[in-house]
Design a binder for this molecule. Sequence first.
Ligand SMILES: Cc1cc2nc3c(=O)[nH]c(=O)nc-3n(C[C@H](O)[C@H](O)[C@H](O)COP(=O)(O)OP(=O)(O)OC[C@H]3O[C@@H](n4cnc5c(N)ncnc54)[C@H](O)[C@@H]3O)c2cc1C
Length: 377
Amino acid sequence: MNFSKRANGRVLVIGAGVVGLTTALCLRRRGFQPIVVAEKFAPETTSNVAGALWEWPPSVCGRHHDERLLDHAKTWSMESYREFERLATQPGSGVTLRTAVFYFKQPVADNALEWAKMNELKHRVRAFRHSPELITEYGISPKSGVVDAYEMRAPTIDTDRYMAWLKQEATTAGCAFVQKRIPSPLREHEDTLRRQFGVDAIVNCSGLGSVALAADDSLSPHRGALIRVRNDGKTMPRVERAHCVANDPSQEDQDMVFIVPRGEDTLLLGGLVEADEWRTDINLRNYAPIQRILERCTAFLPALSSASIDPIEPARVGLRPFREQNARVEHETGTSIIHNYGHGGSGVTLSWGCAFQVADLMDELLGQQTLAYGTGA
Ligand SMILES: Cc1cc2nc3c(=O)[nH]c(=O)nc-3n(C[C@H](O)[C@H](O)[C@H](O)COP(=O)(O)OP(=O)(O)OC[C@H]3O[C@@H](n4cnc5c(N)ncnc54)[C@H](O)[C@@H]3O)c2cc1C
């Protein structure tokens, strides 16, 4: 590959969520010149809403159990794990490594999928421990119905800080930013966009925007919500660990438990997975399924019974960009477009691995073609 071409390739990155910003930063570090264009920036992205717990796929809110599709996700999430571990040592990044405990309603050994998942991840993560004793050790209610558990050290990300940090890193590295809505479908506007922005290639990191931009009808929203509770140790003992019970999609009722500390003094309570719901004007006051999150989490971890809800922002609601075939990270044949969207409930977890793959694809793409619009051709 011709490095001088690669070093000067100009790239339009559509989207300024965690996927777009991470991709732009990776491309810049490889020598490309990214311009990030987005309709919305933090704090108005789904990425700011995310609970942002790193998880080994499938995530607790996930519904992908197809091994073939999960293989890529496992590689991407492990690459992200290593990157987040490094970032946890950088002041101001918003990344913290914490103990995350996963609980089960039957012994892990009795469920083939969970058993395989546990055996894959236990040698890959730090401080892994499998024991039903974790249930009593961490004060989980005996009425919760869980009988088994394991824990590990996992990255948790304070998205408000992290999104600001990512944008600053990308800016300092030399990425440019433009606020603008890109018209759909992307393929029809590709040549105009390349001329307009003077770029050689386009990366589509538009999350749910790809329903229209990529004309992808296998992409749809999975609405979620997280209640925000004070975790400063004043009204309840400070919760230091994440506690999770996976969503069971075969159950009609929401049954997921997602208790995740954020930063120094916030605790997030989830979760909710509502397929094909586009509206985000629901909140703790007017929507019973959000109220039930609080009841479910308190029934699970009784220490939360004296929890004090954040008076300024009681809950956040967002739409996970769920895609049947899992995240799409590929070059669209016959175009200069690389896609990186559809990460569902794992966009933070997969962000670095996917961005590295996009940078590899860009090396291949711009290594082959004549740079028609780039300044350095
Ligand atoms: C309640 C909840 C809990 C979650 N918990 C976790 C978790 O614990 N761990 C985890 O890893 N993930 C979690 N997620 C998932 C995570 O939030 C998403 O996977 C991730 O944010 C997707 O990032 P993104 O950058 O693709 O999308 P977004 O953050 O939505 O960003 C999309 C960007 O594209 C731009 N855009 C879209 N269309 C256009 C257009 N036509 N023109 C210009 N710009 C456009 C938008 O303006 C925006 O800048 C959770 C999500 C929710 C809702």
